[in-house]
Design a protein around this ligand. Sequence first.
Ligand SMILES: *Cc1c(COP(=O)(O)O)cnc(C)c1O
Length: 404
Amino acid sequence: MSNIYLDYNATSPVRPEVLEVMLPFYREQFGNPSSVHWAGRQVSGALEKAREQVAALFNDSPAEIVFVSCGSEGDNMAIKGTLDALKEKGNHIITTSIEHPAVLETCQYLEKQGYDVTYLPVDRDGMLDLDDLEAAITEKTVLISVMWANNETGNIYPIEQIGRIARKYNIRFHTDAVQAVGKIPVDVQKANVDLLVISGHKIGAPKGVGALYVRRGTRMSALMHGGHQERNRRAGTQNVAGIVGLGKACELALAELDEYYDRVRALRDRLEDGVLSQVPDIKLNGTPDREKRLPNTLNVSFAYIEGESLLLNLDMFGIAASSGSACTSGSLEPSHVMGAMCVEVTLAHSSTRFSLGPETTESEIDKVLEVLPATVQRLRDMSPLYNCGRTAEGCETCETVRRI
Ligand SMILES: *Cc1c(COP(=O)(O)O)cnc(C)c1O
């Protein structure tokens, strides 16, 4: 049986059109983009073209794009660079409790360096209350960092409204848009975003490349020192082939956005409707309002079973899904996102994410719907938690389980 990949929020395959435009930069077009001779010029032209393609995806002007090695680097640079440049102005950051670790752990590091961080809470659906945001602002607040869309639940945050609040108080606004670009419309001008991060490998470009948009005039210290690449924002010879691939992936994503949304949304809805109607005792994680969720993401908890064992059992059928975020799987701690949403611990442990992509087909979804309900039932039949729920109180197994 052929494999079914439903883990696009973790990474995506490089698109053939993307690989095609990259190859010459591993062969004849090998120059250093900083060189003045023909070999350098060939390549620097390609970088500038990629800058335009990337910028167009979120309605930016190309001069404001800094190429980086990944989404995590972009987030680190935006946050640490801004705080360092504005340290005379203040030392307070506002972010949320559901950010990707690239933001969350950067903020935790800064706290150790003496910065103040407010982590905004979310409700049970994982959504923010913007009154909390306004209430958290102080004279010392220099940066607000809120992700455009969450990688685990797919929840989309009200970035335009947050941008208005940031502007009203003259606070810089950073957003991790790694999961949003290519899936929903993203416009830095409309949303008044100052700093925005994307990652290549989430949108059909290779791993090891990303981009940071920096609004013109935004002060930001560099993290990497050395050469004068990227207008002094980031030292180091650029990953030319990766950047060319990122440009192409952005061009394709923009051209195909409407078609992608409709197609993937229909498949995700088919999966969501199927799972919700065929599997009892489950909880949808994230907002039930599908308009406010990424079109490709479904996160559900299956009561009485472990997410990890479900993943392994689905894997036996060639189905790749994910529990929590890719970065936290392998650890026994349930995801911080489920924790922030107050999802009960055992349900948090069974949280399972299905994330679809442009290559996903209807027959793949139907295959999952054929396999999943029976697999869940089989695991439940083996689960003491499940069986105890059906026996009289005082069951010994149940007590044992409770004590653990
Ligand atoms: C994947 C991801 C990142 C990290 O991107 P890398 O390129 O893997 O470093 C950051 N934020 C979000 C929301 C992500 O999904």
